[in-house]
Design a protein around this ligand. Structure first.
Ligand SMILES: C[S@@+](CC[C@H](N)C(=O)[O-])C[C@H]1O[C@@H](n2cnc3c(N)ncnc32)[C@H](O)[C@@H]1O
Length: 282
């Protein structure tokens, strides 16, 4: 039976969180260009107090903490305990950053209300985005600024969706459900703007970021990318349920696929995200 195609809070607290931790350096190296674009647009100022939603290993939290010195600070929130432990360890020695393990869509966050909210790909996993976004608005002071990065639709992200299509030729995968919690849950910008407005945000402004992904991290090859896709993407669970022949067929198809994007020793597969900005209304 094909597994339901969604990634929610409990997945991050379990296997997804373990996978992200294991491959954190690879993910963070892949996502660095998007993180830099997000922070450039957010342009945090010295003294800002920032909350970073779904902060994972805390890359954006640490970067933003440097921007808000000397008096500002960053609080990273993540639902996955193993990622919060890692974020805390990676930020050792940085006095103005701290982390809390919590569901950002529920409950209290120490230090709220904040001046700013940032998130690189940490807000697409709420089972009920309407109520979670209203809760997130409450974490910002009135007029406080939100800056998020979320993935655009799968067809604009062949670095991930192309690999999934290849896997689906060999193994039964549930059809993608773009409204379920998961990487593409906020990929429709009209729906996203509607959800934010409904939650009481104003001045919603969504622009596109078009970049390239070195699948598996900077310096990756088609072989590394294939191995990474098979073990780190959301469909990788299905790889555990198939035999060695099917696995090896998927791997060779993936190597050939990524080879099409490999030139002069650089793997660069197109990627597209939305950079979302809004303000907390009164
Ligand atoms: C795709 S990862 C991004 C991690 C990090 N922002 C980065 O860019 O490296 C998504 C993160 O969101 C977190 N997350 C998912 N649902 C959450 C929730 N309800 N509350 C807080 N964090 C959540 C996951 O645990 C995971 O660390």
């Amino acid at each position: 039976m094909a597994k339901v195609d969604q990634t929610g809070a409990e997945d991050w607290q379990g296997e997804r969180g373990d996978h992200w931790l294991r491959d954190m350096d690879k993910f963070e190296s892949m996502l660095e260009p998007l993180g830099l674009a997000l922070l450039e647009r957010a342009a945090p100022l010295p003294g800002d107090r920032i909350v970073d939603i779904g902060c994972g290993g805390g890359w954006t939290s640490r970067k933003a903490a440097a921007d808000v010195l000397p008096t500002g600070s960053v609080r990273g929130i993540d639902i996955a305990p193993m990622l919060v432990d890692e974020a805390t360890s990676r930020a050792r020695g940085i006095a103005n950053v701290a982390f809390t393990c919590a569901d950002a869509g529920e409950g209290d966050v120490p230090g709220a209300p904040f001046d700013r909210m940032i998130s690189r790909l940490g807000v697409m996993f709420f089972a009920d985005p309407t109520s979670a976004f209203a809760r997130l608005r409450g974490l910002l002071r009135i007029g406080g600024q939100l800056d998020w990065a979320v993935w655009a639709p799968p067809e604009d992200n062949p670095w991930m969706s192309g690999a999934r299509k290849i896997a689906a030729k060999h193994v039964e995968l549930a059809p993608p459900d773009l409204s379920a919690p998961g990487p593409f849950a906020l990929s429709d910008p009209e729906r996203l703007a509607g959800l934010l407005t409904q939650a009481g945000f104003t001045d919603v402004d969504i622009v596109s970021w078009n970049g390239k992904q070195a699948v598996g991290g900077q310096g990756s090859t088609p072989e590394h990318a294939a191995d990474f896709a098979m073990t780190a993407f959301s469909f990788s669970d299905a790889m555990l349920e198939i035999g060695p022949d099917a696995r090896s067929a998927i791997r060779s198809d993936l190597v050939a696929y990524y080879a099409g994007y490999y030139c002069a020793g650089v793997l660069a597969v197109p990627a597209k995200a939305w950079l979302v900005q809004a303000r907390s209304g009164s």
